[in-house]
Design a binder for this molecule. Structure first.
Ligand code: KG4
Ligand code: ZN
Length: 327
C-alpha cells in the first residue's frame, strides 16, 4: 500500500492506495474553503496553519495501515511554499519512522491521474488542465512523457472565476458560485471580447476578460440583479476562449482521446461545450469523477503507484519543495 499526502493549496488530504489493484482503501480531505472565503482567496499563512492541524488528525485515522505501507507519496511541486512544506515534512517523518521509500509527486501529474483512480491508465491522451493555478493543454504519452502544447500567459481559467466572484463579493472558491449564479443569467447580455480571438497563438489569457468584467460590475453599481447576466456572459466567453483555441489546435492535432482535469473541469457549461467540440472528431472524452476534480490525495496516490512500480524514489535528504515548476 501507498500512503499519499496532498497539501499544495487549501486542501489537506491523505489517501491509502493498494499497489496491485489500485484500489483506494482510504481517502479523507479537509477543505479550508470556508476559512478563506471571507478573504476572497487563499491566505497562505492561514492555509499552512490549518494544514498543521488537519494533516495529523487525518494521519491518526490511517494508523491501522502503517504496517503494510510500502512507500509514502507526497506533492512537492507546484503549489504554495508554506503549505507544500507541511505535507513534505510529514511525508519525510513517516518515511524515516517506518523505513520506507519516499515518492515525490508533481501536483499537475496528479490531476492527470485523477482520471485513473481505481482504473488503468489510457494513453496517449490530449489533456486540458483547468485549475486555480493552471490552464494548459498537454499531450500525454506516459507518466514521464508529458508535453505542454499551450498554456496561459497570465491568469488561469479557475482563477478568473475566483476573481470575478470576489468582485461580486460572493466568496471563495468562485467557480461553483459563478456557475450557480450564471444558471439563470443571459449568456449573451454582455458582449465581452473573446481573449486572443484575432491572434494566431495557441495560448490562453484571462486578465483582459477579468478587467472587462470588473468594468461591468462597477457599472452595475448597486443593481445586483445584473450579476447573474454578468456571470453568465463571463462564463460563456471564458469557455468560448478555450473552445476556440482547442478548435484551432485540433486542426493539426486531431484528438483520439481527450480529457479535462483540475478543479474547474467540474464546470458543467465547459463540459457541455467540450462535448460539442469533440463530436465531429469522434474522440473519446475522459473526465474525473466530480469528487476527484478538485485537489485530493487519491490522485497523488494513483501517481505514487506508477512511480513505485517504476522504482522512482527520492531520498529524505534531497526531497525539497519547488513552489514553481512547469510540465
Ligand atoms: O484543482 P483545484 O482544486 O486547485 C488547484 O490546483 O488550483 O482547482 C481549484 C479551482 C478554483 O479556482 C475554483 O474556483 C475552480 O477550480 N472551480 C471551478 C468550478 N469548481 C471549481 N471553476 C469553474 N467552474 C466550476 N464549477
Ligand atoms: Zn490542483
Amino acid at each position: 500500500m501507498i500512503l499519499s499526502i496532498e497539501s499544495s493549496c487549501d486542501d489537506s488530504a491523505i489517501a491509502i492506495t493498494e499497489i496491485q489493484t489500485k484500489k483506494l482503501l482510504f481517502h479523507k480531505k479537509i477543505s479550508q474553503e470556508l476559512d478563506h472565503s471571507v478573504y476572497g482567496g487563499v491566505v497562505p499563512e492561514l492555509a499552512a496553519r490549518l494544514h498543521a492541524e488537519a494533516l495529523p488528525k487525518i494521519l491518526e485515522q490511517v494508523q491501522p495501515y502503517f504496517s503494510e505501507l510500502k512507500a509514502v507519496a507526497v506533492t512537492a511541486t507546484p503549489g504554495l511554499a508554506v503549505t507544500l512544506v507541511e505535507g513534505v515534512t510529514m511525508a519525510k517523518a513517516i518515511a524515516v519512522a517506518l523505513g520506507i521509500p519516499l515518492i515525490e509527486v508533481n501536483h499537475l501529474v496528479g490531476h492527470i491521474y485523477s482520471l485513473f483512480i481505481e482504473k488503468e491508465e489510457a494513453f496517449p491522451m490530449t489533456v486540458l488542465l483547468v485549475s486555480g493555478g493552471h490552464t494548459q493543454v498537454m499531450e500525454v504519452k506516459s507518466l514521464r512523457e508529458i508535453k505542454t502544447v499551450a498554456k496561459s500567459m497570465d491568469d488561469s481559467f479557475g482563477e478568473s472565476f475566483d476573481k470575478v466572484a470576489k468582485m461580486m463579493g460572493l466568496g471563495y472558491p468562485g467557480g461553483p458560485l459563478i456557475q450557480e449564479l450564471a444558471k439563470d443569467g443571459d449568456r449573451l447580455k454582455y458582449n465581452f471580447t473573446v481573449p486572443l480571438h484575432q491572434s494566431p497563438l495557441i495560448a490562453f489569457s484571462y486578465s483582459g476578460l477579468k478587467n472587462a468584467v470588473r468594468l461591468a460590475v462597477l457599472e452595475a453599481g448597486d443593481d445586483r440583479s445584473l450579476y447573474k447576466d454578468i456571470a453568465a456572459s463571463f462564463e460563456h466567453i471564458a469557455t468560448k476562449h478555450l473552445i476556440m483555441k482547442l478548435k484551432k489546435y485540433f486542426k493539426t492535432n486531431p484528438p483520439k482521446r481527450f480529457a479535462i482535469v483540475g478543479g474547474a473541469s467540474a464546470n458543467l457549461y465547459l463540459r457541455e461545450q467540450i462535448e460539442l467540440l469533440l463530436a465531429p472528431h469522434k474522440a473519446e472524452l475522459f473526465l474525473s469523477e466530480l469528487k476527484y476534480c478538485a485537489d485530493n490525495a487519491a490522485m497523488i496516490g494513483r501517481v505514487g503507484v506508477e512511480m513505485y512500480k517504476a522504482g522512482i524514489f527520492v531520498s529524505v535528504e534531497s526531497l525539497d519543495i519547488t513552489p514553481k515548476s512547469e510540465l
